[in-house]
Design a protein around this ligand. Structure first.
Ligand code: KIV
Length: 258
């Protein structure tokens, strides 16, 4: 675990960190050949469970998906997202983070910054838990989508927040929907690798929600690049199955026990 995390720190200088989300073993197994890091994101609330936002997902659900992801991810660093309210104070955070590590065998957990929880991060790091920070448009504590760091005052606040998180001991930092010039400054100022989502190429790595990238989530904001329209391909496949069943082309003798 330690070896994997110290390798992540090297990405500040060398090549780019490649990260994607996974909620299941088969997807994690595929990503494991291509990603440095796999995040079991609370984005599963909307992308997988069809909830209206990420605030309704429970810790137990995230843990169950993380156990599945760990089974598929042998090489990549597995990071588990802590859902809202599971780290609202130090006692709650210690109990929940310890449960996540014990049950999932993950390498790290991610905590969204609310601009105040630096001490919680610091304590968790002191207890030996590797922590990833997350700043910018943090869905757990923001209502309406708005890119961050476009104004000077926001840029100043985000730089300060990044440095506080680094000082607290986080090993990396997700920058979500932060203006290019601000992301660039944060990446240059901090010593820990920054991982961007909608935050320009000037980060040390990139992350996307896999379901968005393969075109099955129906979510296509400006910062997502859809690499394949899997929805269309699957639609055609299921239509073909339907035709085969109705026309009795399936199952054939090949698919039967005779
Ligand atoms: O929940 C998630 O998938 C995330 C990424 C978007 C960074 O937090």
């Amino acid at each position: 675990m330690r070896k994997k995390l110290s390798r992540i720190k090297n990405f500040k200088l060398n090549k780019k960190l490649v990260c994607l989300t996974a909620y299941s073993k088969p997807i994690a197994k595929l990503l494991d050949n291509h990603c440095d890091m796999i995040l079991v994101g609370d984005s599963m609330a909307t992308a997988f469970y069809g909830m209206k936002d990420t605030k309704s997902i429970s810790l137990n659900t995230i843990i169950n998906h993380s156990i599945a992801v760990r089974k598929g991810a042998k090489k990549s660093t597995v990071v588990v997202d802590m859902p809202i309210n599971t780290y609202k104070n130090l006692e709650v955070a210690k109990k929940n983070v310890s449960e996540v590590f014990k049950r999932t065998k993950c390498d790290a957990v991610k905590l969204e910054s609310n601009g105040k929880n630096f001490k919680i991060i610091k304590k968790l790091v002191e207890l030996g838990y590797p922590i990833m920070g997350h700043i910018g448009f943090t869905p757990q504590n923001k209502k309406k989508f708005k890119p961050q760091g476009l104004k000077k005052i926001e840029e100043k606040r985000l730089i300060k927040e990044s440095l506080e998180i680094e000082r607290a001991g986080a090993f990396s930092l997700v920058l979500e929907c932060i203006a290019e010039k601000t992301s660039k400054k944060i990446t240059n100022i901090t010593k820990i690798p920054t991982i961007g989502i909608g935050s320009s190429k000037f980060c040390n790595g990139q992350i996307l929600v896999t379901d968005d990238l393969i075109g099955i989530s129906g979510f296509k904001p400006k910062f997502v690049k859809k690499y394949i329209n899997l929805k269309q391909i699957l639609n055609k496949t299921f239509a073909k199955f339907k035709t085969d069943v109705i026309s009795q082309k399936f199952p054939s003798r090949k698919n039967s026990f005779i």
